[in-house]
Design a protein around this ligand. Sequence first.
Ligand SMILES: NC(=O)c1ccc[n+]([C@@H]2O[C@H](COP(=O)([O-])OP(=O)(O)OC[C@H]3O[C@@H](n4cnc5c(N)ncnc54)[C@H](O)[C@@H]3O)[C@@H](O)[C@H]2O)c1
Length: 237
Amino acid sequence: MNRFEDKIAIVTGAASGIGRATADRLRSEGGTVVGIDRDPVDDVDLAIQLDLLDLDAIAPTVAQVVDAYGRIDVLCNIAGIGHFARDEDETPEAWNRVIGVNLTGTFFMSQACLPHLLESEGNIVNTASTAGTNAQPWSSVYSASKGGVIALTQTMAITNGRSGIRVNCIAPGGVETPIAGQFAVPEGIDLTIMDRILPFHRPAQPFELAAAFAFLASDDASYCNGIVLRVDGGMQA
Ligand SMILES: NC(=O)c1ccc[n+]([C@@H]2O[C@H](COP(=O)([O-])OP(=O)(O)OC[C@H]3O[C@@H](n4cnc5c(N)ncnc54)[C@H](O)[C@@H]3O)[C@@H](O)[C@H]2O)c1
């Protein structure tokens, strides 16, 4: 398949996990991929280091992409951070950090790309989570950030849909990536409540999510707009 030939795709979170696998997948299908991450990104056409918490740096970063390639066809907002905490122990710093990367970063990357996507009739694929579609214990802020991504996706899809842009999101379940290290279970919790978020069969591998990102980002999904695609192995079926 060469679904991304002549397409310029931005992938955030491209240094690791699902973002890394998605960058590889889009490139394997002919895409020119700009990998954006706070960490260095390898094996992309253009790598840009950006901390999404630095909101003032987002528009100049997107301008750098347009300077280099003249257009943007696809934005995959995949960068994200995880977090578990007892509600009693949550801090404003952690709340703002998780919302800042997962939700605010997603919106302002989309805003900066929007004029270019309007021109190319391109699309955005955001990253929600099953934590945003159903309860995930001990993760109020993470779940809120992902529920926010779903609301943002649907709203931007409707606001911009008649201009030819599609905005969709993927809700992964458990995927074997380094983010697991950020979900340190609080001590002394009732572990039986965790049953509801255990993988139904096995965790996904990043390439299995990349296939879904590539589908939604491609013309194969030309009539998908505002959808939440659960890729969770049946966990929430
Ligand atoms: N792995 C899972 O089980 C799972 C489940 C549901 C949703 N997700 C979501 O999938 C996305 C990708 O996660 P992953 O599992 O590949 O994790 P990962 O930790 O392997 O990758 C996340 C990437 O985001 C980057 N990043 C984090 N903070 C950033 C910032 N401030 N600025 C720029 N880049 C930043 C990291 O450097 C990293 O490269 C996240 O949005 C995550 O919430 C993951």
